[in-house]
Design a protein around this ligand. Sequence first.
Ligand code: 5GP
Ligand code: MG
Ligand code: MG
Length: 179
Amino acid sequence: MNDDIKKILLTQEEIAAKVKELGDILSEEYRDKNPLVICVLKGAVLFMADLIRQMNIPCEMDFMAVSSYGSGTESSGMVKILKDLDTSVQNRHVLVVEDIMDSGLTLSRLVELLRHREAASVKVVTLLNKPERRKVDISPDYSGFTIPDEFVVGYGLDYAERYRNLPYIGVLKPEVYTK
Ligand code: 5GP
Ligand code: MG
Ligand code: MG
């Protein structure tokens, strides 16, 4: 285990089992719909890569980068598009893949935008969900794990751009924030 990690919340094996479970459900849901699967960069990139390999149906992928946080651990409430899609979503069944739903601000803005662009349907799958922290009325259509209100890293999630490559999800030692 990485020296900066206080405890492991979800092991590599637990994540893989959950991703397989979600992949099975989504394969059923999106059979014959050729969904456009949108990865919200950068945090969701590992989840997205594993998830689509568990979806044994035709699908396409695209990427979007938005910023709501700056470098800290609190949402600013503003969502800025840093990188937009290459693909038109008009009349497409869109599945947004997120690493974590926290305040919900990022996803509520994103879903609103995709609906405005006339997607045929917009659904959200998030690996992690922190419902205690919600500031807007939104819940994911599909969610891997509900977790307590702790700042987590690994499996795509960062603190100041680090720890994304950890194969598990863990909680940082407090001294990492304060040093
Ligand atoms: P929301 O707009 O729902 O507050 O925030 C969503 C984004 O905030 C996530 O996609 C993620 O980038 C970041 N975030 C929220 N909670 C955590 C957390 O516990 N750990 C990390 N590393 N990022 C988080
Ligand atoms: Mg994210
Ligand atoms: Mg981040």
